[in-house]
Design a protein around this ligand. Structure first.
Ligand SMILES: [Zn+2]
Length: 382
């Protein structure tokens, strides 16, 4: 019986993989023993030599290589006709280079692309027209199993270290590992390349944390979302665009914004915060009832201010879907969604442990929805 944690086990806890819930201990014996297995290194180099097919790309700012079919992911599946690529999911591996490659190619998980931390080589692990298991249980814009419609990009990055302890690290003690300059350029270059091949809505370029609430932190608050946006990749709003929306909101909502309003818009943006109680109910059955009656039937007994905030939301912008008519939202999932949203769109606030006011969250979402009006519909489809 092993009761004491040995050195390798401690290291494996430090390198908590994006496969696992990243703030809980889950030790993968196979992985933790990897470092000791010298034959792995030999095996890896043999495969490299036999399968490598390299091409060199010269970008505006960078010269780099793509190693095609470096190692094939053996668990990929065909995409069906209605499973066009309409999303990109970014991950960090939470493992160093060799372990990352081993994990992505021989474990139950995979990726289409892998970007190392310390070289100018991108690894193509599987054809983009194949479905690869990179995100696990996931949901975005009311569509489950995002693997089916997405390209998975894994990036070598150790995630975070905890300043005080290794298990259930409090947010304020997470020390995030930066992405290197070269790595950021590779991410941008690869993303541009992917967008040349597939029509993908900016709001469907997401992090694993966006689509797997409660389970994932990757790619973390240091992922260069803003820089990607400046290079034409993904959605982002500037401070002045946010301030414009705050001024609009102030015309209709005095003081604080109700949580239910934020939930309604988080759901509209794509976050899966639907309460499990909704699953067996068909909202269409109630379509002739007033909004108030429907809300009551769904378990809401709203205070006057909450109801007037919802009415104001309708006046503010009509985005085609008024989810609040038919949904009950889950409070825990909402908290996770706000964390994921903050890491993605307001990362400085996340890094400084700043708690965003509902009005600010609403303003950022409103600004995004206004800025990308032709956004993809359910499950990122067009
Ligand atoms: Zn991930």
């Amino acid at each position: 019986m092993k009761i004491n944690l040995n050195f390798i086990t401690l290291i494996s806890i430090l390198f908590m993989s994006c496969r696992t819930q990243t703030n809980k201990i889950e030790i993968d014996e196979t992985r933790s023993n990897l470092a000791a297995d010298k034959s792995d290194e030999k095996k890896l180099s043999e495969i490299v030599n036999s399968e490598i097919k390299q091409k060199t790309i010269i970008d505006d700012t960078l010269k780099y290589n793509i190693n095609e079919k470096y190692l094939k992911v053996n668990k990929y599946q065909k995409r069906f006709k209605d499973e066009k690529v309409t999303a990109i999911v970014f991950h960090y591996t939470a493992l160093p280079f060799k372990k990352s490659l081993k994990h992505l190619t021989e474990g139950g998980h995979g990726a289409h692309w892998f970007i190392p931390a310390h070289s100018k080589t991108i690894y193509s692990l599987a054809d983009e027209n194949k479905r690869v298991p990179h995100s696990g249980e996931s949901e975005w814009k009311s569509r489950q199993n995002i693997n089916v419609i997405s390209i998975g990009v894994e990036i070598e990055n150790l995630g975070f270290k905890c300043k005080i302890r290794k298990v259930n690290c409090p947010q304020e003690n997470m020390q995030w590992i930066p992405y290197s300059e070269t790595q950021q350029k590779l991410i941008i270059s690869l993303s541009k390349d992917i967008l040349n091949r597939h029509k993908i809505d900016p709001l469907c370029i997401v992090g694993h944390s966006d689509i797997a609430l409660d389970r994932k932190f990757d790619p973390g608050p240091l992922f260069p979302w803003k820089r990607l946006y400046e290079n034409g990749i993904g959605g982002w709003v500037t401070e002045s665009e946010i301030q414009t929306e705050i001024a609009n909101i102030n015309k209709y909502i005095q003081g604080n914004v109700s949580r239910i309003v934020v939930q309604s818009r988080l759901y509209e943006l794509g976050y899966n915060i639907e309460h499990a109680r909704n699953k067996n109910k068909n909202p269409k059955n109630n379509s002739n009832l007033s909004v108030e009656k429907r809300l009551l039937m769904r378990g809401y007994n709203l205070r006057e201010t909450e109801f007037s905030d919802l009415s104001a939301l309708n006046k503010l912008n009509k985005f085609g879907n008024n989810y609040i008519k038919n949904f009950i939202f889950d409070e825990n999932k909402t908290n996770s969604a706000i964390d994921a949203f903050t890491m993605h769109y307001v990362p400085q606030a996340y890094l400084h442990n700043e708690i965003l006011e509902n009005k600010k969250i609403l303003a950022v979402i409103q600004a995004l929805l206004v800025k990308y009006p032709n956004r993809a519909k359910k499950g990122c489809s067009y």
